[in-house]
Design a protein around this ligand. Structure first.
Ligand code: G4P
Length: 527
């Protein structure tokens, strides 16, 4: 077996963040293509389509043409093993995306050059910034009529609050897109439309100041040279430490659909993005190359494969090495498990994993033993922190059509809640369960899945609440007293954490003033 520290240093674990339609799927596919993980372009899209066809609960995706599910893809490139975590593009599933972002060490931000910074990019970037995740920027669709590169650069800096350091600079756009200048190598790679080449074999011109090039490409070349000079004077030099701290982002231009600029991004991921780092647990900081295995469940997905009706816990390995059949402890309840059929996600096929190291993602099929946020170890009592749950912004009560199926309803909601598909609240005073969501589509998915997976026809009714805050207190007795005093406005979530629910933010303010010893939280971190 190879050396653990060496194996870990080769890992790059990242996610692509973008607004829908910026080109995430296309770029994902090209990254897989360039790393040799897939042979033919079109297979990711095809997979997207076949997923729709084979998976019944994802029927809803087909109806809406959006991607609800996230998955993991592993590929080798050069000396690196790259784990790419997919994230749902639609903002109604952003909670899921936020949690996926806790499992990565870097992010690749894709920007549609015609649209600039869009709302979903802004939101996702905020999450990355809060965690100081290093970001590489890819400006896509240069083969179209797009914004001026200087304006784009300015927009990214202003909107996202990061210093942008261009590594490449475009010459022209749309029909007159001739290629990109490589600012560090004093050369230009020429653009050729088409998906047939795997990149890297484009014609390269050396010596950017050569008058022959200016003559060949005319105005756009002169303009790019001028802009490059400007950028060189105005932008600071690339500083790796600033990048690792999430304050500087290297920027690349290209066209994913035309396989152009993709290789530079892969190279940057390998050269610039960090290998797995230390992870914070309540008890201590855990170093990746510690010999003992530890990991955290950052995503649970039920019934990914309808033929198996399984439930998969996605675990980010935080330290050590996972080997098949090893004995693991679920720290939350002390249960032992010995997963035999753990899967990795090599080139998009689920494959049995024999061996995974810090930075890798493994999928453990289970029947509810593993929950979101669970820490797995070889025995040590560690609790990894930082998995966020956000206070829902809309609520519904659940009513069932056939009362004889209320047990299935409870079971279904418990599982969907544990999976993080929706937040489920049970009022202290009893009565109907309530669902809380960040986005409306979550409600639709839950109704659909309740019916498809649990045989429960449910109806969602409007609910008077519109705000939730988790409550804690250093003084347990005071917390209990507050809970007892508000049986109609306090409910327990799926892990038993109490939350205060109300209609208006003024209700919240008044209550907060009345009980100063109670803390109200818009976000709950799993611990
Ligand atoms: P997403 O996952 O971020 O939602 O975006 P996706 O890759 O599906 O791309 C959105 C659309 O943008 C697709 O077109 C895709 O072909 C196109 N696209 C991606 N990269 C480029 C690029 O470099 N240049 C140009 N001109 N277009 C690009 P579509 O018409 O929605 O889908 P399709 O019919 O091509 O499948």
């Amino acid at each position: 077996m190879s050396d653990l520290a060496t194996d870990i240093r080769r890992r790059r674990t990242f996610a692509i963040i973008s607004h829908p339609d910026a080109g995430k799927t296309t770029l994902t596919e090209k990254l897989l293509l360039f790393s040799g993980a897939i042979q033919i372009a079109g297979s990711v899209k095809a997979r997207k389509a076949s997923r729709h066809a084979t998976s019944d609960w994802m029927e809803i995706e087909k109806q809406r043409g959006i991607s609800v599910a996230s998955s993991v893809m592993q590929m080798e490139y050069g000396d690196c093993v790259i784990n790419l975590l997919d994230t749902p593009g639609h903002q109604d599933f952003s909670e899921d995306t936020y949690r996926v972002l806790t499992a990565v060490d870097a992010a690749l931000m894709v920007i549609d050059a015609a649209n600039g910074v869009e709302p979903q990019t802004r939101r996702l970037l905020q999450v990355c910034r809060a965690r100081n995740t290093p970001i590489i920027t890819f400006v896509n669709k240069m083969d179209r009529e797009v914004k001026e590169p200087l304006a784009l650069m300015d927009e990214i800096e202003q909107e996202l609050g990061m210093t942008v350091v261009p590594f490449t600079w475009p010459v022209g756009m749309a029909k007159f897109f001739h290629g990109v200048m490589d600012l560090r190598r004093d050369q230009m790679r020429l653009f050729e439309p088409g998906e047939d080449r795997a990149g890297g074999d484009e014609e390269t011109l050396h010596g950017l100041q050569d008058a022959a090039h200016a003559e060949r490409f005319g105005g756009p070349y002169e303009q790019a040279l001028g802009e490059m000079e400007l950028v060189r004077d105005a932008a600071p030099a690339f500083d790796h430490a600033e990048f690792l701290a999430g304050r500087q982002t290297p920027m690349f231009f290209g066209s994913a659909i035309n396989n152009f600029g993709v290789r530079e991004v892969l190279d940057a991921l390998c050269e610039l993005a960090p290998p797995p780092g230390a992870r914070a647990a309540l008890e201590r900081t855990v170093e990746p190359a510690e010999p003992k295995f530890s990991g955290v469940v950052f995503k649970v997905q039920a019934n990914m494969d309808p033929a198996h009706r399984d439930r998969i816990a996605f675990v980010r390995v935080s330290s050590g090495r996972f080997t098949r059949g090893m004995r693991l402890k679920v720290v939350r309840n002390g249960k032992e498990m010995r997963p035999q059929t753990v899967v990795s996600f090599l080139s998009q096929r689920r494959e049995l994993v024999d061996d995974a190291v810090a930075g890798d993602i493994i999928g453990i099929p289970n029947h509810g033993v593993l929950q979101l946020g669970d820490t797995l170890t070889e025995g040590e009592g560690l609790h990894f922190t930082g998995l966020p749950f956000f206070a829902p912004e809309s609520f519904r009560t659940v009513e069932i059509k056939d009362p004889l199926r209320s047990k299935q309803l409870r079971q279904g909601l418990q599982q969907l809640g544990e999976e993080g598909a929706i937040q489920v609240f049970t009022p202290v005073a009893g009565g109907s369960m309530m669902l809380g969501a960040i986005g409306q589509l979550q409600f639709e998915v839950v109704l659909h899945r309740l019916k498809g997976e649990y045989g429960v026809e449910a109806r969602l009714d409007p609910c008077r609440f519109s705000l939730a805050r988790w409550i804690t207190s250093a003084d347990e007795a005071k917390l209990k007293k507050f809970i007892d005093s508000e049986p109609l406005r306090i409910a327990y979530d799926v892990v038993g954490a109490p939350a205060f629910l109300c209609q208006y933010s003024s209700d919240l303010r008044v209550t907060q003033e009345r009980v100063p010893d109670i803390q109200f939280h818009a976000m709950r971190e799993h611990s």
